[in-house]
Design a binder for this molecule. Structure first.
Ligand code: PLP
Length: 393
């Protein structure tokens, strides 16, 4: 298909639910992406958090290739060895418990919400936080609690209460005898890279223990090494009752996972929840490829080293450009908060061949692949330097 034809088909045949950038990508390798004209881009926001190993990692491709040549699909009323292997691996890396496989972050969160309600036996309220993002399906949207995503889709499923992030007293006051869980992102990604304070998280754990509530952490964006620990909760010294994962775990293929601690492992019984495609053999091979690469290529330590390096470079940019208000984040999940709207900066970076994102209007979001190199960071920061110097003339 020619370029104009592709755009035309999109306009006429695909629902316009996304604000689209007029770029057509056809090839990717690591932190690099090529468009249909052969132009090369440096991708510092690969796949909205999906590309933790960059594009087309060999270990992912190898597993997928091998699996599709043998058996593409097995429904969940049968067994297959790679679902077992992936579940065992995820439990080994996190906490003793059981896994449910789905296909996306929103689905993993839906599963967590259903599990909490079933566990609650009549208690059904879930406390979530202002500026949270948990997905677009109806219950996940109700948990998200932001008008801009909900408008037009009311009534929302009931039973969700949003309180101020990092405000333990607000949480305490929101708990009633109907409360069953507290659900949060430890770093709010879509909400502007807001980091949960340590005391806040320890306090939530304590409230959950005292009131017999489930602590559900949504690690859809922070999980699988993004913060230089396999899971972000490991930075806080707590263990959640339920964790959800998606994005980076599939290495580019769709996956969603809910992990519930051992005592909750049998709350959902046959027929209560399901997903036709969840945890199919191909995606399990891809995810096992991701986990293997993380270990063999020492991805977590590269993430920490490169995070320190990028932070240092961004801090010197901040010293040169007062328009940069604050730099915050953990590992390679970094937000650069500006005094101005970030849209034009993202556009100018793109014109210079660098892909980044802006969230919450004024926060540039950088989430490069965890195997990014110093050289790639230098290139990206040079581009940002050029962009800021010409934008602010
Ligand atoms: N939870 C968090 C923290 C997210 O960042 C996202 C997506 O950005 C989701 C859930 C929804 O994931 P998905 O788009 O795979 O449904």
């Amino acid at each position: 298909m020619k370029v104009d034809e592709i755009f035309k088909v999109y306009k006429e045949n695909i629902m316009s639910t996304y604000t689209k950038v007029p770029l057509i990508f056809v090839k990717g390798k690591g932190s690099r992406l090529w468009d249909i004209h052969g132009k090369l881009y440096l991708d510092f926001f690969p796949g909205w958090g999906v590309g933790s190993l960059g594009h087309c990692h060999p270990k992912v491709m190898q597993g997928v290739r091998d699996q599709i040549s043998k058996l593409i699909f097995v429904p969940n009323n049968y067994y297959h060895p790679f679902q077992a292997k992936l579940a065992r691996e995820l439990i080994y890396l996190s906490f003793p418990g059981k896994v449910f496989f789905a296909n996306s972050g929103a689905e993993a969160n839906e599963a967590a919400i259903k599990l909490a309600r079933k566990f609650g036996q009549g208690r059904y309220e879930i406390i979530t936080f202002q500026n949270a993002f948990h997905g677009r399906t109806l219950a996940a949207l109700a948990a998200t609690g932001q008008g801009k995503y909900q408008n037009g889709f009311e009534p929302m499923p009931e039973g969700f209460k949003q309180v101020k992030f990092n405000d333990l007293e607000a949480v305490r006051q929101a708990v009633t005898d109907k409360t069953v869980a507290i659900m949060l992102e430890l770093i709010q990604g879509e909400g502007g890279i807001n980091i949960a304070n340590r005391d806040f998280v320890l306090g939530l754990r304590k409230i959950c223990d005292e009131k017999k509530l489930l602590l559900i952490v949504d690690e859809v964006q922070t999980g699988i090494g993004r913060t230089a620990k396999m899971f972000c909760y490991q930075n806080y010294g707590i263990i959640p009752d339920v964790m959800t994962l998606a994005k980076a775990l599939g290495g580019g293929l769709p996956i969603g996972v809910m992990i519930a601690k051992k005592e909750l492992g049998d709350v959902l019984t046959p027929g209560m929840h399901a997903s036709t495609f969840g945890g199919g053999p191909v995606i399990c091979r891809a995810a096992l490829g991701v986990l293997k690469a993380m270990q063999k290529e020492k991805i977590l330590s590269n993430c920490q080293n490169m995070a320190n390096y990028l932070l240092e470079k961004l801090t010197s940019l901040k010293n040169n450009y007062p328009v940069i208000k604050e730099i915050r984040g953990m590992g390679l999940m970094l937000g650069v908060e500006l005094n101005i709207e970030g849209k034009s900066i993202v556009q100018a970076a793109l014109e210079h061949g660098l892909l980044i994102n802006c969230t919450h209007d004024k926060v540039l979001r950088l989430m490069p692949a965890l195997n990014v190199t110093k050289k790639e960071i230098d290139q990206a920061v040079n581009i940002l330097n050029r962009v800021f110097s010409s934008a602010l003339q």
